[in-house]
Design a protein around this ligand. Structure first.
Ligand code: FES
Length: 177
């Protein structure tokens, strides 16, 4: 599953900790990056590398929502409907995205292009409402923006760069406020 170079990286990471179990999260993340989701073989591999029972790996994968135990779309869309985003229209965005894609929470489109997830707070409340495509965050969007992002992905095969970025205050400024 891992090539020689990746195995070297894993061995180097292992040396930083007292127990191989400590690197389970990065190992799972790397496997998911490679395959798009964590199938049975990936979990067996992670258990072997981290020297933990496979039941432990299953427990970790089912606990963290960032890990997928079934195939997801090439573009995984997350729409936040938690308090800040909900108050700013997040639920409307989620409904429109659901209709546009014809799928609901944790489903993927038949062509495998998109999957959708209704998420709890993504830590971007200052830019509410927000939607993410993979690791790209789109903040202070509306339904039309969300649908435009999806159209661009369909046309160009990749997600457009976010138009707006929210500047967070410097930590020292925040502590003096
Ligand atoms: S409530 Fe949506 S990012 Fe925090």
């Amino acid at each position: 599953m891992f090539n020689a170079e990746e195995l070297q990286e894993i061995e180097a990471l292992k040396k930083r900790y007292e127990s191989p179990q400590a690197i389970l999260l990065p190992v799972l993340w790397k496997l998911q990056e490679k395959h798009g989701w964590l199938d049975d073989a990936s979990m067996t591999e992670a258990a072997s590398i981290c020297e933990v029972p496979k039941s432990h790996v299953l427990g970790v994968v089912s606990f963290y929502t960032m890990f997928f135990d079934k195939p997801m779309g090439r573009h995984h869309i997350m729409v936040c409907t938690n308090v800040s985003c909900m108050l700013c229209g997040g639920e409307k965005i989620y409904e429109e995205v659901k209709q546009k894609l014809g799928i609901t929470h944790m489903e993927r489109t038949p062509d495998g292009m998109f999957s959708l997830e209704e998420v709890e707070c993504m830590g971007a409340c200052g830019g509410a409402p927000m939607m993410a495509v993979g690791e790209l965050f789109y903040e202070r969007i509306n339904s039309a923006d969300a649908l435009e992002i999806i159209n661009t992905i369909k046309e160009k095969g990749s997600a457009p760069p976010p138009k707006r970025t929210v500047q967070l205050p410097d930590i020292s400024e925040a502590s003096n406020a």
